[in-house]
Structure formats: C-alpha cells, structure tokens
Design a protein around this ligand. Structure first.
Ligand code: 8YV
Length: 312
C-alpha cells in the first residue's frame, strides 16, 4: 500500500505526477470542507507537501497525529510551525539554495529599476509623453553603497552580484558571518544611513517583524532606496508607504508585502516604487529545481529516514 500524502497547495504538474506514483495523494487544495475532512481523515496521513506561502500551522499539525514528514516548496519557513514539528520528531524538508540566483537577480532588477526608473520611463513612453520633452534624470547605481540586511545564502549572492557594479558592501545581521569579508554593521540605523541602497534579505517571522521601522527609513533618508525580496512583514509597511508618499526616501523596489496579494493602493500612483507580485524565484528553471527538491526530500526521507535539506 502506498503511504498517504496530504497535498496542501498545488505543485508543478510534473511533481504532482511523480508523487502520485509513490503516494496515495489527497488534493487538500481542492477540499471544500478542510477542517471537517481533517477531523475525519487526519490520522491517515504520514506525509504532506505544502508551499512557503501557506505553510502548516499548529491546528493543522494537531489534526495530523501520524504525520512523519513535511516537504515544503520554498525556502521561507515563517508559515511552518517548526517548533511543533521538532517536538513531535516530524522531519521538515524545504528548498534552500536552488533559488538563490534568481532571488538575487530579482533584487538587482528591482534595485536597477528603482534607481534608473525603467518601469516608470516605460510608462512615460507608452503614454506618448516623450515627444513633449525628455524624461527627468535618474540616479546612478555603479559605484554606490549597498547595505544588505541578512547576509545569509541569498544575501551573499546579492553581494556577489554587486561586484559588477563596483559597489561597496556592508551588512547587518544578528552577528558577523564567518568567511564574509564585507564590513559588519551592528546597528541597522547606521547601515541605513551609510547605504545608498538597503536590500532586505533576511528571513521572516516574529524575530524580524517590522525590523525596517520608521526610524530605519528615516536613517536611509531622501537619497536612499529600499529593496525587499524577503518577506513583507520585515518592513513596517505603513511607515514605508508614508515615507514614499512624502519622498522621505528616494524610492523602493518591492517583491513582497505584508498582506499578499494585497498591495497598499496608495503605492499605485507613485512612480518612485516598483511593485512585483512575489515572483523572485519565479523562473521556469528555478521553480523546476524547487519542485524536484520537494520530491527528492520525500524520496530521501522514505529511503533513509532523513530529508536532503532539513528546516528543523
Ligand atoms: C515563493 C518564497 O514562496 O521560497 C520562498 O520562501 O518566498 C518563494 O519562493 C514560492 O512561491 C513558493 O511558494
């Protein structure tokens, strides 16, 4: 008999087909009465898949008393109840590393766009405004100061990307990172006031909630740009909207928001902010690699008792 697997959220077609060969899958994403279903059948499942964006909370884990492994599509663990998983000895696989390049690329796309106003200038051309006069001057990127909040896997790749732009890099985090030569700045306010571009690459969750506060934005100042490819919760979004509206910072490039897919409407009218719908890892290549790792983590667990990339 195939092990029962609860599929929380869709996965790429190829992965769903691969999983169906090895597991008896229940498509929980199609369930009309999720709570009722879990109350009745929760005990049947030994494995589950989920996505970073939906995770799995304490109530759901409580309804899955025989769960042994979770395989999550994504690197973020802010929506996964890792504490309960750890306490119950549930293995948790996730998909770090394979998305570093695309997320770092997106950070740079946002940085370039915010400073050089690629999207805003494109809108200007489409509106037919060019014949009326030239587009206003923008801000140089090359040779500027890049502050990175969170020098983890993704932060390090972002720092590497900056070499091509001759930028100076400093970073903030809980502690200086071994093997990292960039300057460590123990004060986030000091990093923000030093930086021309402040890129947020830290993990989400309660420990980083509103780390980018009104006072950090004030330190970044009217010449500074904020780029966020991490989690919307890391930034005090109301403070950011007000800083952008009043031009107390120069601009922002945002892939993530506090209440996705809701984006504060006040931002729609502003040309000093670039808005993306949480797509930093969203390339064919990277999503395929993430999906393969979701499958391989489960394969490995059932073959050896351990996932390949463990989040606990
Ligand atoms: C998306 C991400 O969540 O990996 C993460 O943590 O934020 C992204 O890759 C992706 O859509 C997975 O759900």
């Amino acid at each position: 008999m195939k092990p029962r697997l609860l599929q929380h959220g869709r996965l790429p077609e190829k992965t769903e087909a691969q999983l169906a060969e090895q597991f008896d899958i229940h498509p929980f994403w199609a369930e009309t009465d999720p709570a009722g279903y879990l109350a009745k059948h929760g005990g049947e499942f030994v494995a589950m898949t989920t996505r970073a964006a939906i995770g799995v909370d304490a109530a759901m884990l409580a309804a899955l008393p025989n769960l042994r492994v979770i395989s999550s599509f994504g690197v973020g663990t802010d929506k996964l109840d890792l504490e309960t998983a750890r306490a119950r000895g549930i293995a948790v696989g996730y998909t770090p590393d394979v998305l570093n390049d695309c997320v770092a690329d997106t950070a740079f796309a946002l940085l370039m766009d915010a400073a050089r106003q690629v999207s805003a200038a494109d809108r200007f051309v489409r509106r037919g405004e060019w014949p009326k006069g030239p587009y206003p001057l923008t801000t140089r990127v090359s040779g500027k100061r890049l502050g990175i909040v969170g020098m983890g896997r993704i932060g390090r790749v972002i720092a590497r990307r900056s070499i091509g732009f001759d930028m100076e890099v400093r970073y903030f985090g809980r502690k200086p990172q071994d093997g990292v030569d960039y300057g460590f700045e123990p004060s986030l306010e000091a990093l923000a006031s030093w930086a021309d571009f402040l890129v947020v690459a830290t993990s989400g969750g309660p420990s980083t909630r509103h780390l980018i506060s009104a006072s950090v934005l004030e330190a970044l100042g009217p010449q500074g740009y904020l780029i966020n490819i991490a989690r919307g919760t890391v930034v005090d979004e109301a403070a950011l909207v007000s800083a952008l509206t009043d031009k107390r910072i120069a601009g922002a490039g945002l892939d993530v928001f506090e209440r996705e897919p809701h984006v504060p409407e006040a931002l729609f009218a502003l040309d000093n902010v670039v808005l993306l719908p949480h797509v930093a890892s969203g390339t064919h290549e990277t999503r395929a690699a993430m999906a393969d790792l979701v499958f391989d983590n489960l394969q490995s667990f059932f073959a050896t008792g351990a996932v390949l990339k463990s989040a606990v």
